[in-house]
Each structure stands twice: as C-alpha cells, then as structure tokens.
Design a protein. Structure first.
Length: 232
C-alpha cells in the first residue's frame, strides 16, 4: 500500500512538472525554458524538480516528446501510400521531415542534443508513463517510434526490403547511417540559418538527398519497382 502511494505521488508530481514545461514551451519555445521557470510554473522549488528529473536536459526531452504526437498519428497514413518496404520507408521519411522541420527545436532536443545519459532509457521511461500514446498504433509503427536510434529505426524498417529483393543486406546499414547524417546536417543548417531555407525547401532537399542515397543502393534492374509521387 505504501509503495502504491509513493508511485502515485511520483506520477502526480512528474506530471505537474511536465505540464508546466509543455505550457512554457508553447509560450516561449523550448530553447528558453529553465528548471527554475518550470518549477515556478508548477508551484514548486527547483530542488523539488531535481527530485524527479536528473537535469534540465531530461525534463526538456520528456516535454519535447509531448509535441511529437501529431507525427505518430499521421505516420500510418503515410505508410499506406507505399506498395513495398522501400516506398513505405520513403513515405515515412516524408512524414518525419514534414514534422521535424515544422518543429526543429523540438526534434533537435529529441534526436540531436546531449541528454546526459541513454536517450533510449529516457524514451522507454516516457512510454512507460504515456503508454496511451501507443494504443491503436500498428506493431510496425510501435517498433519505429519506440526505438530512439534513428539509424536503427531505418535499419529495422528496411530490412524487409532485403527479403523483397530490392536491396542487398550489406547496404542496409549504409543507407540507414547516411540518411540519418543527411537529416542531421540539414537540420543543423536549417536551425542555425547557415543557408536561407524555408521549411518546405528543407523538407524537399532532405527527401531529394535521401532518395539519391536509396536509388544508388537499389540494383538497376529493381529500380522500376520503387515508385513515388513525392516531388523531389
């Protein structure tokens, strides 16, 4: 009984800080939040916040995840457009790019910034608290969004294309790593305004480069089997 009370109290306090962080991100942007501001908003002290979160990076990570729900909800409809694994993978990339470049600072916190520990552990913790976010999602979608490493996500996803005869086994890791680096590079360029890119341009260029990596990994006699309507 005592353990249950402690768990309920921890979950309740955790949510107080999470909701305060989400509200502040919506108002001021994730780059402007601090532990002190979040604690004040929640009605507690900074020292109390540190009883539930290791540091600001952890709290920002958890709060940022609350802003990815629209991505996970739309992903199934993008996958339905594909007729084979590689088409589905490319449409999944389109969905990810549309959402990540719409909220670049959010996705930077989740996939690029140092979170001071294992990002996978944080993601597992998040979905242990917000398990309802996974309800109704197909198993293939769950396996994507519950794996933090984006290159591993890609590798897991496109592995089926090997069995479909569309790519060779040795190309899987190369495709996964190179496309991740493309997205990270474009995201950094976009956030830091190293080139004057509008959001749609950033999405378009990322998809174009991802497509180029993929098409060169597919044997020439198989390329006609991968058809897309994405304008790249």
């Amino acid at each position: 009984m005592e353990d249950n009370r402690k768990k309920l109290k921890k979950a309740r306090m955790w949510n107080y800080f999470m909701e305060a962080a989400v509200d502040m991100i919506e108002e001021s942007g994730i780059e402007n939040v601090t532990i002190r501001k979040i604690a004040d908003r929640a009605g507690f002290t900074s020292s109390t916040a540190y009883n539930y979160f290791k540091d600001l990076s952890h709290l920002k990570f958890f709060a940022a995840m609350r802003f990815t729900k629209s991505y996970t909800e739309e992903l199934p409809s993008y996958l339905e457009k594909g007729n084979n694994t590689l088409e589905k993978w490319l449409y999944a990339w389109e969905c990810f790019c549309e959402h990540s470049f719409e909220q670049p600072k959010i996705y930077e916190v989740i996939f690029i910034e140092n979170v001071g520990g294992s990002a996978q552990d944080l993601l597992d913790h998040y979905y242990s608290i917000y398990a309802d976010d996974l309800i109704g999602l197909p198993e293939e979608i769950r396996s994507i969004i519950t794996e933090h490493s984006f290159s591993k996500r890609s590798a897991l996803f496109i592995q089926q294309a090997v069995e479909e005869g569309l790519i060779q086994e040795e190309k899987v890791e190369l495709i996964s790593d190179m496309t991740l680096m493309i997205w990270k590079g474009m995201m950094s360029t976009y956030i830091n305004e190293r080139r004057p890119l509008a959001k749609d341009e950033a999405v378009h260029l990322t998809l174009k480069y991802v497509w180029e990596i993929l098409i060169h990994a597919i044997p020439e006699d198989k390329r006609e089997k991968v058809d897309l309507n994405i304008e790249i």
